[in-house]
Design a protein around this ligand. Structure first.
Ligand code: GLN
Length: 456
C-alpha cells in the first residue's frame, strides 16, 4: 500500500532489506542473496507505479525463499551438497503466484539439508543462529526463513512443513508460522521430502499478513493433483465457542514456562467467554513413531532421483556407473539424509513392511480418527509447538532420538493433514520466545488464522 501510494519506493525497501541481510550475515540466514535481480525487479515495479499502471497486492514487498523452492533465480540447493550447482528450469507454483503479485525475493534461506531436522544444524552450509540468542539453534528445518522474519530483514518468508518445520522455528524465534491443511498450497516445484505430509506455508509478523499470503498462494493447481480448490472460508469465526487442550501434553516432559504460557492463554480465552475443554487424545502417543517410519519411507523414494547424473554435484572419484551413484550419494548427502534413506528402505523391505510401514499406516488412521473425534467436541485445539524453547547449538545434533523427540507435538498434524498456526506467546525468563499452536479441522485455515487474533 505504502508503495502504491508513493510514500516509499520498492527500490528503497529492497535496498534496506539487502542491507539488513548483510548486517546479520553472521547468523547464516541466507544461502544466496539476489542483489541484482531483486533491485532490477524493484525498479520495474517503481516504473510501473510511476506510469500509473496497476500493481499487485505484494508490489515491492521483499521476501525470503526457503532454499527448497525451485525458481529460475539462483541455485536451488535445499542446503545439500548434492544439489550444489543446480539451477532449476521451472518455478514453483507458489513462487510464481507471489511474484505475480509483485513480491520481490531478496534471497534464499538456509535449512536442514532436504528439510530433515529440527534445528537447521544439518545444513551443508552450517547452522543458522537463533534471532534471540546466538548460542542457540534457529529451529528447523526452515530456520533461515524464521530468523529472516524475526530479525525484520523481510516482511515474510516461505517455508515447508512436513512434521513441524515451519511451526517449530517460528516458535523458537517469536513469529507466526502456518502449516495449512494438506493440499491448500501447491507442492509443484518444491523439493519433495515426504509427499503425503509436505505442506507449503509462511512466516509472518501478523495474522493479517498470513491471511493475505494464504489467499494469494492457495488454490487448485493442475500440476499438483492433491491441491484443494480454494482458501476455504467457512465463516466459522462467529461460531467458535470451545477450545480444547490436550491432557497428554501437560506433563513434566514439557518445559514449565511453556505450560504456564498455555495456561495464561487459556485464561485469556476464558475471560473472552470461550470454554476450555480438556481432551484426552491417547492415539497421539503413536504419532512420533508413525511419523519416523512413514516419512523416511517416502524420503527414501523421493531422494532416489539424486544420482549424480541429473542434478547438481557429481563425485569426481567414480570410475563406473555404480560407483558414480554410490560415491555421489555418499559425498553429497548429510548423515541425517543417509539415516532416513536407510530407515526408509528398511521399513519398506519385504519381511519388514508388515511389521513397520503397514503398522505405521494403521496408526496414522487412528490419529486421523482421533482428530476427527476431537473436532466433534471442540472448534480448535491449543497446544505447545515443542516441549522446550530453543536449545543450545550442538546439544542434540549428535543424538538423533533427542532431535526426533523435539517433534512430538508437531508431527501428528501432518499425519492427519490438519492445519496448525504457531503463534508467539511471550518469552521465558531467560528471554527466549515461546510458541503455541492453534490446530483446526481440515479446511478451517481461514477461520483459524482469524481466530488467532483473539490470543493477542
Ligand atoms: N523435524 C521434522 C523432521 O526432521 C520435520 C521436518 C520438516 O517439517 N521438514 O522430520
Amino acid at each position: 500500500m505504502k508503495i502504491a501510494n508513493k510514500k516509499v519506493t520498492a527500490e528503497r525497501l529492497v535496498r534496506d532489506a539487502l542491507e539488513k541481510a548483510r548486517h546479520f550475515s553472521d547468523y547464516h540466514i541466507f544461502t544466496f542473496l539476489d542483489e541484482e535481480g531483486a533491485l532490477a525487479r524493484a525498479r520495474e515495479i517503481d516504473a510501473r507505479i510511476a506510469k500509473g499502471e496497476k500493481v499487485g497486492r505484494l508490489a515491492g514487498v521483499p521476501y525470503a525463499l526457503k532454499d527448497n523452492f525451485l525458481s529460475e533465480r539462483g541455485e536451488t540447493t535445499a542446503s545439500a551438497h548434492i544439489l550444489e550447482g543446480f539451477t532449476s528450469p521451472v518455478t514453483a507454483t507458489s513462487v510464481a503466484k507471489l511474484e505475480a503479485e509483485g513480491a520481490i525475493m531478496i534471497g534464499r534461506t538456509n535449512l536442514d539439508a532436504f528439510a530433515h531436522g529440527s534445528s537447521t544444524e544439518n545444513s551443508y552450509f552450517g547452522p543458522t543462529l537463533n534471532a534471540f540468542d546466538k548460542t542457540r539453534v534457529a529451529g528447523g528445518s526452515s530456520g533461515g526463513s524464521a530468523v529472516a522474519v524475526a530479525l525484520d530483514i523481510v516482511e515474510f518468508a516461505t517455508g515447508t512443513d512436513t512434521g513441524g518445520s515451519i511451526r517449530q522455528p517460528a516458535s523458537f524465534n517469536g513469529v507466526y508460522g502456518f502449516k495449512p491443511t494438506y493440499g491448500c498450497i501447491s507442492r509443484y516445484g518444491v523439493v519433495a521430502m515426504a509427499s503425503s505430509t509436505d505442506c507449503v506455508g509462511f512466516f509472518t509478523k501478523t495474522p493479517e499478513d498470513m491471511d493475505l499470503l494464504m489467499s494469494i498462494a492457495s488454490g487448485k493447481d493442475p500440476k499438483d493433483m492433491t491441491t484443494l480448490d480454494d482458501y476455504y472460508d467457512d465463516s466459522k469465526i462467529e461460531k467458535v465457542k470451545k477450545i480444547g487442550i490436550i491432557t497428554e501434553f501437560d506433563n513434566e516432559s514439557v518445559d514449565v514456562e511453556i505450560r504456564e504460557a498455555l495456561k495464561k492463554k487459556c485464561e485469556l480465552l476464558k475471560s473472552k467467554g470461550y470454554e476450555i475443554v480438556e481432551l484426552s487424545m491417547p492415539a497421539l502417543k503413536y504419532a512420533l513413531a508413525a511419523y519416523y517410519i512413514t516419512v523416511p519411507a517416502e524420503v527414501a523414494s523421493n531422494l532416489s532421483r539424486y544420482d549424480g547424473v541429473r542434478y547438481g554435484f557429481r563425485s569426481k572419484d567414480a570410475n563406473d556407473l555404480d560407483s558414480l551413484y554410490g560415491k555421489t550419494r555418499d559425498e553429497g548427502f548429510m548423515s541425517e539424509n543417509k539415516r532416513r534413506i536407510m530407515i526408509g528402505n528398511f521399513v519398506l523391505s519385504s519381511g519388514f513392511y508388515d511389521a513397520y510401514f503397514l503398522k505405521a499406516a494403521k496408526a496414522r488412521t487412528l490419529i486421523i480418527e482421533e482428530y476427527a473425534k476431537a473436532f466433534e467436541q471442540v472448534d480448535f485445539i491449543l497446544t505447545p509447538v515443542s516441549p522446550n524453547p530453543a536449545f543450545k547449538l550442538g546439544e542434540k545434533v549428535d543424538d538423533p532420538i533427542a532431535m526426533y523427540l523435539e517433534d512430538m507435538m508437531s508431527v501428528s498434524l501432518n499425519l492427519a493433514g490438519v492445519p496448525g498456526l504457531a503463534i508467539p506467546a511471550g518469552k521465558t525468563k531467560a528471554g527466549l520466545p515461546i510458541g503455541l499452536q492453534l490446530v483446526g479441522p481440515r479446511r478451517s485455515d481461514k477461520s483459524l488464522i482469524e481466530f488467532s487474533k483473539e490470543l493477542i
